[in-house]
Ligand binder design. Structure first.
Ligand SMILES: C[S@@+](CC[C@H](N)C(=O)[O-])C[C@H]1O[C@@H](n2cnc3c(N)ncnc32)[C@H](O)[C@@H]1O
Length: 261
């Protein structure tokens, strides 16, 4: 996953830009990026504010992700940025150590989102801000949901895997409830929907990127080559409703939450 993940980065870069704007970074800020994957949004942040004396720590539970992220920071000479392997649910930092805590597309994947977000709040200083991005409900992320539905229908019911975690906090009320349970006050919370347009030049590129890595790969690989070819034909037919001017365009929904402490 660490190797294949970067192909999605250009698609989700607009979320990094908006999340960083919302975080309202100032000179000298100490920033924590939780579930930093292969380095974003930390890398964008460090490039943008390198001369403003900020320090950024990115943490992720997956060792391979952390290694890849550190390599990128090293190649770019971003000395204000460091990545460490750590679970969100057990952050190895003092209370109130950070001015900003950010996370893009991580919280809904945590084993224990309440514990993770409570930890993120604990390490945030009073007056600090946290900004997190999560995906909308699974059906609101059509670039993945379209293929998932076709795969699930083709599988015997008893063999179907549970729905992926990505949509777990996709209802605004669920995200709000989680943040409040973690201790953030309602009047310091702002949740905004964000639509990410995923563009593909043709069906082939959509199919290749979607089935070669990520959450669709595992269920897809359980089918024979012949069945996979049939599934592809079916998805191609259904994808016509996302065709605009010769391109495939999926409007995937995310939620951005800004929470003050
Ligand atoms: C979809 S990726 C997002 C990566 C990066 N933030 C980005 O937007 O490019 C989700 C990341 O969350 C990490 N993750 C999942 N559960 C975690 C946890 N409990 N603590 C820390 N990281 C976690 C995964 O290892 C993965 O790298």
């Amino acid at each position: 996953m660490a190797e294949a993940f970067d192909r999605w980065l250009p698609y989700i870069q607009p979320v990094a830009e908006t999340l960083i704007d919302m975080a309202d970074i100032s000179q000298g800020h100490a920033i924590l990026d939780v579930a930093s994957g292969t380095g974003e949004p930390s890398l964008t942040l460090a490039r943008r504010y390198a001369k403003a004396g900020i320090s950024v720590v990115g943490v992720d539970s997956a060792e391979a992700m952390v290694a890849r992220a550190n390599k990128k920071a090293e190649i770019e000479g971003l000395t204000c940025l460091k990545f460490r392997q750590m679970k969100a649910e057990a952050l190895d930092f003092e209370n109130a150590q950070f001015d900003r805590v950010i996370s893009r597309f991580g919280v809904m994947l945590f084993d224990d989102p309440l514990r993770g977000v409570s930890e993120m709040r604990r390490v945030l200083r009073h007056g600090g801000k946290m900004v997190v991005a999560v995906w909308g409900a699974f059906h609101e992320v059509p670039s993945l949901h379209l293929i998932w539905e076709v795969l699930m229908k083709a599988m015997p019911e008893e063999e179907r895997p549970p729905a992926p975690r990505i949509g777990r906090l996709g209802a605004r009320t669920d995200l709000e409830a989680l943040l409040e349970e973690a201790g953030f006050e309602e009047d310091k919370l702002e949740i905004t929907p964000f639509i990410l347009n995923y563009h593909y030049d043709d069906f082939e590129s959509y199919w290749e990127i979607s089935t070669s890595a990520g959450i669709l790969k595992e269920p897809f690989d359980t089918f024979s080559a012949e069945a996979q070819a049939d599934l592809k034909k079916e998805v191609e037919k259904l994808s016509l409703s996302y065709c605009e001017n010769g391109q495939l365009i999926f409007k995937n929904k995310a939620l951005l939450a800004l929470a003050g402490k």
